[in-house]
Design a protein around this ligand. Sequence first.
Ligand SMILES: [Zn+2]
Length: 82
Amino acid sequence: MVLDYQEESNVKLIPTKIMCDKCEDIIDVLDFDEEAVHFEHTFGFGSKNDGTLIRFDLCESCLFDLLDNGNVNYELIDTTPY
Ligand SMILES: [Zn+2]
């Protein structure tokens, strides 16, 4: 019978609140009303930003504002199984 647990260093931390880096709204990830999108990319060899990591989080509204106002062509694909 286990009576107690000790947290070890390899425990994965899962974010529960995320701040949108555009509008600064706080998104409660466990609430399911709105999602946040995490973007992270490291530029590769030969790029103007070689070796630089860029990352940010956007709420769902700001993501589509950015895409629509920036005239970004994107696909929306319904992946729900029903
Ligand atoms: Zn936002």
